[in-house]
Design a protein around this ligand. Structure first.
Ligand SMILES: NC(=O)C1=CN([C@@H]2O[C@H](COP(=O)(O)OP(=O)(O)OC[C@H]3O[C@@H](n4cnc5c(N)ncnc54)[C@H](OP(=O)(O)O)[C@@H]3O)[C@@H](O)[C@H]2O)C=CC1
Ligand SMILES: N[C@@H](CC=O)C(=O)O
Ligand code: NA
Length: 432
């Protein structure tokens, strides 16, 4: 029986895993789709580079057209990364009626709608499970498993690199830059790890999740983003002292058809299930009106876990090829996007403030909060060593984003306040 031929763009961390899985799980793939699956051609930047997997050198090329335009290639797997040029490659492949699988969240978050429309127009599939939360089958779960439900909230850890860094910093006090280097060596980080540590990678994933989960045209610019690069050891130590764990958390919330989507460093109570998600692991809570709470957990980055999602998409494409039903999965958004306003977004907050160690300083600070009806859950005041200053650490009860922003501006203006050192969102005190 004629083999299905795969063209691969990229043979790095994920691409090597894809080749290994296609090779090592060939029996299962043949059983599922009824024919052999072969890698026909592979695009790389450098042909002579040492690889994580043995590949016949004659399969390697540096000319994209040798893969994209190869008449024998049925399915193109894109695991090279990049945005503008990669988009052109995928559009060219779709116009050549090739099925496409990608792990590229940068591309799908920015141009997903356009690419999916091109896929449908050409009668092709475009699957992208690996783009969110690596090996966790989260997109499939939203699109198929929870298809009958109305999703109201998704909350989770969707970046492996930052979770790896925060885990090592919190548990072992490891220096940020050392752990980032380790995450890069392990293949978790993006080629430019700024996207990981500044929260952009997670924001891209949250945009994709929100688009699918809420059936709205959510853009990357709708996601409020803050990364982990400014988190200090002091912040981590205070969180621990107060019974919290610091995580980079993505939240997408829908209420009365208005949504908020954000990614930011967040304190979770130590007993919160997401606080126990460590290293490169990811986890996503999905709440549906009918199903209630579901949780998806697994490796969010790394070669074989991510490649598992890619090759599972390949199986999906191949099954559709057998049935002759490719190109039917894109669904246009059901709802008009409506973002919540600042006064409609509520959260608890942690603040660490340096104040002049003088009578009445605390009262002035608490006064600002009480004027806006924001009360405290916890408060600590400690002298700062070798300084005229004291350190105040506060965890508020729920406050609107509008009130909280205005309180921060007024704190900066207070004469007794030397500096607001840090603020973080606090989640999960009332349960998951
Ligand atoms: N690493 C992970 O854990 C995860 C990654 N992803 C996504 O998967 C994709 C690939 O990631 P990853 O495998 O880590 O990346 P790598 O940097 O390890 O691999 C990229 C591969 O693509 C090739 N490549 C890159 N740019 C070009 C170009 N312009 N022309 C030709 N070849 C090119 C490189 O060639 P050469 O080897 O010759 O340099 C390399 O083989 C990215 O979109 C990433 O966001 C998604 C989930 C998890
Ligand atoms: N750099 C990403 C890779 C997977 O998407 C991460 O660390 O999660
Ligand atoms: Na996934």
């Amino acid at each position: 029986m004629k083999a299905i031929q795969v063209g691969l763009l990229g043979l790095g961390t994920v691409g090597s895993g894809v080749v290994k899985i296609i090779r090592e799980h060939q029996d299962k793939l043949q059983h599922l789709v009824g024919c052999p699956v072969e890698v026909k051609k592979v695009l790389v930047r450098e042909k002579d580079k040492q690889r994580m997997v043995d590949v016949d050198p004659s399969l390697l090329t540096t000319d994209p057209n040798e893969v994209i335009l190869d008449k024998d290639v049925d399915v193109l797997i894109e695991v090279m990364g990049g945005i503008e040029q990669t988009k052109e490659y995928l559009l060219a492949a779709l116009n050549e009626k090739k099925q496409v699988v990608t792990a590229n969240k940068d591309l799908m978050a920015l141009y997903g709608s356009e690419l999916l429309a091109a896929a449908t127009k050409n009668g092709c599939d475009l699957f992208y499970e690996a783009s969110v939360a690596g090996g966790i089958p989260i997109l499939r779960s939203l699109v198929d498993g929870l298809a009958s439900d109305r999703i109201t909230k998704m909350m989770g850890i969707v970046n492996g690199t930052t979770n790896f860094i925060l885990t090592k910093m919190s548990k072992y006090g490891s220096p940020y830059s050392d752990v980032l280097k380790e995450a890069q060596e392990l293949g978790y980080a993006e080629s430019d790890p700024t996207a990981d540590v500044e929260g952009l990678d997670a924001a891209r994933k949250m945009a994709i999740l929100a688009r699918l989960g809420f059936s709205m045209n959510v853009d990357l610019k709708d996601v409020q983003v803050r990364g982990i690069s400014a988190i200090s050891d002091d912040d981590i130590n205070y969180s621990k002292r107060l019974g919290y764990t610091m995580k980079l958390i993505g939240i997408a919330h829908r209420h009365n058809n208005k949504i908020e989507v954000s990614v930011e460093p967040t304190l979770l109570p130590d007993h919160h299930p997401l606080a126990a998600v460590n290293d490169e692991y990811n986890a996503v809570y999905v709440y549906g009106e009918a199903v209630g709470e579901t949780m998806f957990y697994g490796p969010g980055a790394g070669s074989l876990p991510t490649a598992t999602a890619v090759v599972s998409d390949l199986v999906g494409v191949m099954k559709n090829m057998r049935l002759g039903v490719n190109g039917r999965s894109a669904v246009s958004p059901q709802y008009e996007k409506q973002m919540k306003k600042e006064e409609e977004i509520f959260a608890q907050h942690f603040l660490r403030i340096h104040v002049k160690d003088q009578v009445g300083a605390l009262a002035k600070i608490t006064g600002l909060f009480s004027e806006r009806g924001v009360s405290f859950e916890k408060i600590l005041q400690l002298p700062l060593k070798n300084s005229e200053l004291a350190e105040i650490v506060i965890v508020t009860h729920h406050a609107s984003q509008k009130d909280f922003s205005e309180i921060q501006i007024q704190l900066d203006e207070l004469e007794v306040v030397s500096q607001v050192k840090s603020t973080y969102r606090v989640e999960g005190n009332g349960g998951v």
